[in-house]
Design a protein around this ligand. Sequence first.
Ligand code: NAD
Length: 497
Amino acid sequence: MPTHIPHWIDGARRNGASGRTGEVTDSATGEVIGEVALADASEVDAAVAAATAAFPGWRDTSLAKRTAVLFRFRELLNTRKPELAAIITAEHGKVLDDALGEVSRGQEVVEYACGVPSLVRGGFTENASTNVDVYSIRQPLGPVVIISPFNFPAMVPMWFFPIAIATGNTVVLKPSEQDPSAALWMAELWKEAGLPDGVFNVVQGDKVAVDRLLEHPEIRSVSFVGSTAIARYVYETGTRNGKRVQALGGAKNHMVVLPDADLDLAADAAVNSGFGSAGERCMAISAVVAVGGIGDDLVARIAERTATLRTGDGRKGSDMGPLISKRHRDRVASYVEAGEKEGAKLVVDGRQVTPDGSEDGFWLGPTLVDHVEPPMSVYTDEIFGPVLSVLRVDTYEHAVELINRNEYGNGTAIFTNDGGAARRFQHEVQVGMIGINVPIPVPMAYYSFGGWKSSLFGDSHAHGAEGVHFFTRGKVITSRWLDPSHGGLNLGFPQNA
Ligand code: NAD
């Protein structure tokens, strides 16, 4: 009997009451291991009510006390992260090491948020006008919403909630219904760390829950991460309802290899970033762009490495786990088929993989497709699976043109030993996050994460200074402490004196 995966509202587990549930599977065995509650509007309202009620108390809790809770959360997370990694591997399928890596990257944001007293420090100008001081402060928004995708069930929520909580907001997290248990585990950890009930809530659900959150009058902001179509929808609906929205969407990340690059280093990077987490990363490289006649050599080196990868159950020491669901696996495989039909050359066919794991797992091995051309669907669409395409261009200029014509602008990388070329690339390419001889350039927590074009809707990227800005709003105070010399009437516009 699959276990019921409930909501977390006002500091306690709450079983679903809508009568609707979704199946949660172990991707490596295909077994249904959980039945997740799918909230209706009244359950969403209960979570928002808890967040609304907790807000005044949390907002007014001193920075010293808030930081103490954050430090405890960080310590507990650091000690117990193998438990969280095991939950991620069971529901998502990524291998254990990778799941641990995900938690550690999330933990960085918790550590960044521990410095909240200096992050929200305002400015002060003494004697801006005679005996007049001007200063600025930043205050929390209120109850905020985070809606996260399946591929990083711990890290993506942690891009947002440590900063939201540290700056005095209260949170409703709506995780992906495909791997919902990590959110509950983190909610319990917050409680153990001493966070007051109602400050962090989890609503399990699907579109019904999202739609209610987007229109709820008490919700102040929405941080969304997922596919571009839904990101656009969330951005348009949320902003129409008066909310501050940052909606991070899909990606198609190119890795340019210039002729002077170290081809072994480039081949290692292409394999690691293309097939890690079975390609289910928004910063995965999906298109390798070989510049100026190195194509055959580079493809041979990538193919040689790809052949050594072991696909299998993430708990058994494999390099690459299964995909999230059978439906997604079949969709990714259909792109391989389409690529072949459209004239691309299949170098390594992951559909033939023999996995180290149950035959009912959602397997697709690493797949390498060469001679891909821009009009092919294997290039135009975000595939989100272990399929690496190789395109060939004559010049650096054509490589940049290709990337800048692409709908997405999340991440990109250039491999070269020419500093001038790399510098020119970082200046010219229309992409939010750039790696120079680094294939997955996910910024550290104290910088901000986000793409350009259809990879992000809204003004603010995640975490770093932009995250702090997103979760706070400013006030500027002009003050004068009166003495008798300030008397007298003057109806003119205040001017400096
Ligand atoms: P998804 O868009 O299907 O789901 C994301 C969230 O939206 C989930 O919580 C889901 O329940 C909800 N949702 C799904 N359909 C909805 C609908 N019709 N209306 C309202 N809400 C809906 O994305 P996914 O498949 O879970 O995740 C993979 C996608 O996320 C990929 O496109 C990937 O590139 C993207 N992603 C982007 C980033 C980034 O930083 N840009 C990071 C991680 C993942």
